[in-house]
Design a protein. Structure first.
Length: 206
């Protein structure tokens, strides 16, 4: 009887120890699971960060490639524009040069007429004939100027216009209607293609 009682007493502590060991094992397992869960979360965060870094690196590389391409296109356009500007300046210069040559070439026949007129006047005693020759040459010159867009400005008898006239004298007038009117034009003015080439020098009624 005494032996059985001792066995029961021994058995009770073992059961308690086993239960305690089970609790410890459960705690260890739970702690391990929590550790694994934390590690998994950390790994997921690291993987996401690495993925974000890869995406940013890819985006940066694409941006650098796009920038390099746009810079290349910009430099190409600048070079094209510079060539266009130089070409335009040269063409404009050539046009002006050719236009000047054309005008001067057109004046040469009139110079020839003047030379012939001077020779004829030296041998002629008829002033009327010399004057007639000079008038013909003058008309030819005026016609040539008009063909190149050069026309005289109407002045005498017209109201003074600061855009067309340059007043070099003020002339007292008794007629009120003559005030502000061009009385005389000592030097005729001209326009070229409707732009003032030279202002007319005029005397204005005051």
């Amino acid at each position: 009887m005494s032996h059985k009682h001792n066995n029961q007493q021994n058995k009770a502590p073992r059961q308690e120890e086993t239960a305690a060991e089970g609790v410890v094992l459960d705690d260890v397992q739970q702690a391990s699971d929590e550790q694994n869960s934390v590690e998994e979360e950390e790994n997921e965060i690291i993987d996401k960060q690495l993925s974000d870094i890869d995406a940013l690196n890819k985006q940066l590389q694409e941006s650098e490639e796009k920038l390099a391409k746009e810079k290349k296109e910009y430099l190409f356009l600048m070079a094209e524009f510079d060539n266009f500007r130089k070409r335009t300046v040269k063409e404009k210069s050539d046009i002006i040069k050719n236009a000047a040559e054309s005008v001067l070439k057109g004046l040469l026949p009139i110079v020839d007429d003047f030379e012939r007129g001077l020779e004829a006047s030296a041998k002629s005693d008829d002033p009327a004939s010399v004057r007639q020759g000079m008038e013909l040459i003058y008309q030819k010159l005026v016609k040539f100027l008009a063909s190149n867009g050069v026309k005289p400005i109407e002045s005498t008898g017209k109201p003074f216009d600061a855009e067309l006239h340059e007043a070099i004298a003020m002339v007292p007038v008794t007629d009120e209607s003559q005030k502000g009117i061009v009385i005389d034009t000592p030097t005729k003015g001209y326009t070229i293609n409707d732009k003032v080439l030279r202002h007319a020098k005029v005397a204005v009624g005051q």
